[in-house]
Write a protein that binds this ligand. Structure first.
Ligand SMILES: *[C@@H]1O[C@H](CO)[C@@H](O)[C@H](O)[C@H]1NC(C)=O
Ligand SMILES: *[C@@H]1O[C@H](CO)[C@@H](O)[C@H](O)[C@H]1NC(C)=O
Ligand SMILES: *[C@@H]1O[C@H](CO)[C@@H](O)[C@H](O)[C@H]1NC(C)=O
Ligand SMILES: *[C@@H]1O[C@H](CO)[C@@H](O)[C@H](O)[C@H]1NC(C)=O
Ligand SMILES: *[C@@H]1O[C@H](CO)[C@@H](O)[C@H](O)[C@H]1NC(C)=O
Ligand SMILES: *[C@@H]1O[C@H](CO)[C@@H](O)[C@H](O)[C@H]1NC(C)=O
Length: 395
């Protein structure tokens, strides 16, 4: 815990240091007027990284600029998912070739004797292009980030061309052009801030937290709470289940609430840990659900006695808030799926759960109405008879 706090602190201090000690990159205008939400001035080699991160499909659009070059230079920018410097680097390479056009391609490095031969990377790169304008090479690419993490070691480089073949890079600063970039939070670390693995571990912990957040909230607000409501509505008509339905309802809703609040807290923590990403609607609905559900738990304490004249108002109030919570929860769960689940498999599974619960409701509703109808018929002479499900309350 303490160690992760120190690391976060260190990341922020070092990112402040990097941005204050170098030029401002965010007012740079690209030729096609494309804008990037994030940019970092890299600590060495006159380089800048601009990017847009898309959480929905776990991809980034990047523009890497390397200035102070000539037409006889090559430039490269790479992610190294293995965390190393050169070996394992998945490069985007660009230079002006002997036809006077830009070569821009991908090259995985497997040996120190590489000549940056073209080859496929360990992740998908749907687009790579480059331009050269006098002293600057800019590489544009779309990258489908591997796995679930958003933080990677990145390495950038330049060297001299021999015809159309990149030669070795120089030493000096070229041995320090390595760092970590977290595309989601915008935090970067330079070479001095290693060890890499600790930071990468912390950032992948965050992805685990997103998973926990999803599971807790789906199980509580998305499954337990609706089942709790169904227990209250459909068990009541059976005399034998009286007052058992009430205790089952309370137990189900209270456990749903406890698990749900834990899920809610992970969401608040995730939000405060990623100041760069705002899911305003998801967050606001989440806070509303929490407030209404808390009201619901508290209102249990203040419910009038079953025969009290205000009891029917309380019932009405309790049901409207309860159904609102259920509807808002479903809406927010789908919002969450859109944010986190690019493959939609969780979404499909949850739609299955909703259809199942809906079908059970239809059947139970029919049985309930039938029982109420029968009961009315049987005791038409009894004035205390149930004329609706509300009248069945006796707890
Ligand atoms: C960089 O420039 C942009 C636009 O000119 C400005 O909004 C931003 O505050 C600047 N950032 C820094 C750190 O100076
Ligand atoms: C961007 O801002 C920096 C300092 O804030 C300035 O030196 C630089 O000339 C600006 N670049 C452009 C393209 O406006
Ligand atoms: C970019 O914006 C400038 C100024 O708004 C405009 O003159 C130029 O034509 C635009 N370029 C492209 C490629 O859209
Ligand atoms: C990812 O999603 C964004 C926004 O929805 C879109 O602009 C981009 O093209 C997508 N990238 C890939 C590789 O599918
Ligand atoms: C130079 O680059 C262009 C565009 O990528 C390519 O079509 C051409 O074959 C390249 N020329 C050489 C000599 O590699
Ligand atoms: C990440 O993905 C690669 C290939 O896509 C796979 O070999 C590797 O085991 C994955 N790592 C984790 C931690 O899932």
């Amino acid at each position: 815990m303490a160690i992760s706090k120190i690391i976060i602190f260190f990341m922020f201090v070092s990112s402040l240091f990097v941005s204050s000690s170098s030029q401002n990159c965010s007012n740079y205008t690209f030729r096609d007027n494309k804008t990037y939400a994030a940019c970092k001035t890299l600590p060495v080699l006159n380089s800048f990284l601009h990017w847009n991160y898309y959480e929905s499909n776990h991809s980034v659009d990047i523009a890497y600029r390397h200035t102070s070059l000539t037409a006889s230079n090559w430039a490269a920018w790479s992610l190294n998912p293995s965390g190393g410097a050169m070996i394992g680097a998945q490069c985007l390479v660009a230079f002006r070739n002997t036809s006077g056009l830009m070569s821009a391609y991908t090259s995985p490095i497997t040996s120190y004797r590489t000549r940056l031969e073209e080859g496929p990377l360990s992740f998908e790169v749907p687009r790579v292009a480059a331009e050269f304008d006098g002293d600057q090479i800019t590489i544009y690419a779309t990258i489908k980030l591997p796995n679930v993490t958003t933080a990677f070691t990145h390495v950038w480089q330049h060297g001299v061309l021999f015809g159309d073949t990149p030669g070795m890079h120089p030493s000096g600063d070229n041995l320090n052009s390595i760092g970590i970039v977290d595309f989601a939070s915008g935090v970067t670390l330079d070479n001095n801030a290693r060890p890499t693995t600790t930071v990468a571990t912390r950032l992948s912990r965050k992805n685990r937290m997103k998973f926990v957040h999803g599971v807790l909230n789906v199980v509580s607000w998305g499954i337990l709470v609706p089942i709790g409501a169904m227990l209250a509505r459909y068990l009541r008509v059976f005399e034998i289940a009286n007052p058992m339905w009430f205790y089952l309802h309370v137990a189900c809703q209270l456990s749903g609430y406890v698990v749900g609040v834990a899920g809610w807290a992970t969401g608040i923590k995730l939000g405060s840990d990623s100041p760069g990403i705002v899911h305003t609607t998801h967050r606001n609905i989440g806070i509303t659900i929490f407030a209404l559900a808390t009201l619901q738990v508290l209102s249990l304490k203040f419910r009038p006695k079953p025969n009290h004249k205000y009891r029917s108002y309380w019932n009405y109030y309790h049901k409207s808030i309860g159904y609102s919570v259920i509807v808002l929860s479903a809406v927010n769960i789908f919002q969450g799926f859109d944010i986190l689940d690019s493959e939609k498999k969780w979404k499909k599974a949850y739609i299955g759960v909703i259809i199942f619960l809906g079908a059970v409701c239809v059947v139970l509703e029919a049985i309930t109405q039938f029982i109420i109808f029968k009961r009315k018929e049987q005791s038409a002479d009894n004035p205390k008879v149930a004329n609706g499900i509300d009248e069945l309350d006796n707890v």
